[in-house]
Each structure stands twice: as C-alpha cells, then as structure tokens.
Design a protein around this ligand. Structure first.
Ligand SMILES: C[S@@+](CC[C@H](N)C(=O)[O-])C[C@H]1O[C@@H](n2cnc3c(N)ncnc32)[C@H](O)[C@@H]1O
Length: 148
C-alpha cells in the first residue's frame, strides 16, 4: 500500500504505518513545517524505515502530490486546515477508488458541532462515513471515497 500521513508532525504515526505497510509499501509523511520533516528525517536515518518513508513538504492550502494513495491518516490536523472543503477535494483526487481517510481530532479544540461540520464537508467532496472508531479522548471517523 501507499499511504499518506498528512500533518505528520514528528512522525510518530508515520513510523508505525511504515511497520504496517512492510518492505514493499510506502508512507508519504507530509507536513507544512520543514522542522517537523527534519525530525522525522533524524528519526529514520540509518533505519529500515528510511526507504519506506518519503518526506514531503506541502503548503497550507495544497498537498501537491501526484501519487495515487490507498489510505490517508489525518491525526489532529484537519482543524488546522484553513479550507477544509478544498482539502477534501484534493484528498479525493489523489485517493484510489474506495480509498479511505481516517480523521482523528482532539477533544477540546474541536467541538462536536465542528467535527460534524468537517464530516459534512467531506461528504460534499464525495466521501461516505463508514466507521466511527473509538479513539481515546478523541473524535474519530473513517470515510471512504465513493465511486460516483
Ligand atoms: C497537532 S500536530 C499533529 C502531528 C501528528 N499528526 C501527530 O498526531 O503526532 C498538527 C500537525 O499538522 C501540521 N499541519 C497544520 N496544518 C496543516 C496543513 N494545512 N497541511 C499540512 N500539515 C498541516 C502542523 O504543522 C503539525 O505538524
């Protein structure tokens, strides 16, 4: 699988996903802060994950990837995106059919109403909520790219 950790920060989940995709898989760890990407670079240097994790600097309003993705993780980042509608449109354009995005948002910064609004914007961009997993103290949803 080729997966994207968008807003990867220091790469905690990028490394765990690199374990999961195995030697033939790839994780794109993307963040708008070069300092965060440098932290990931330092962590994986000289390890088996160096080949599996591709570091990518995105812009605040544009991810700018040409790869086709199987899965996207957005952990504690969507509330920081200025234009969520445009964000989901772009994610939809780079996910493979039936590809999924797993969104996890923090409890205090993001109200229930704001989280539901985020899901509505994802639905407008062609995603279907398929699961509401329980994530400790957080709000979480898995959405699938619809084929229509
Ligand atoms: C709270 S941190 C979460 C980091 C990581 N996902 C984790 O859970 O450990 C949010 C990260 O999202 C990044 N970020 C914020 N807005 C972004 C955007 N529009 N595009 C990409 N990354 C963004 C920030 O630079 C920061 O590293």
């Amino acid at each position: 699988m080729i997966v994207l950790d968008i807003g990867c920060g220091p790469g905690f989940f990028s490394i765990e996903m690199a374990r999961m995709v195995g030697e033939s898989g790839r994780v794109i760890a993307s963040d708008l802060q070069e300092g965060m990407l440098q932290k990931v670079r330092d962590k994986i240097q000289g390890t088996e994950f160096e080949r599996r994790i591709i570091l990518h600097k995105c812009d605040e309003n544009r991810i700018n990837l040409s790869e086709r993705l199987d899965f996207v993780l957005a952990f504690y980042m969507v509330h920081e995106v200025p234009d969520q509608a445009e964000f989901f449109n772009e994610i939809g354009s780079i996910l493979k059919p039936n590809g999924r995005i797993f969104i996890v948002e923090p409890p205090v910064h993001v109200s229930k109403r704001a989280f539901e609004e985020t899901i509505r914007k994802a639905e407008d961009a062609g995603f279907i909520p398929v699961e509401r997993p329980k994530v400790f103290l957080s709000k979480a949803v898995i959405l699938e790219k619809s084929n229509n």
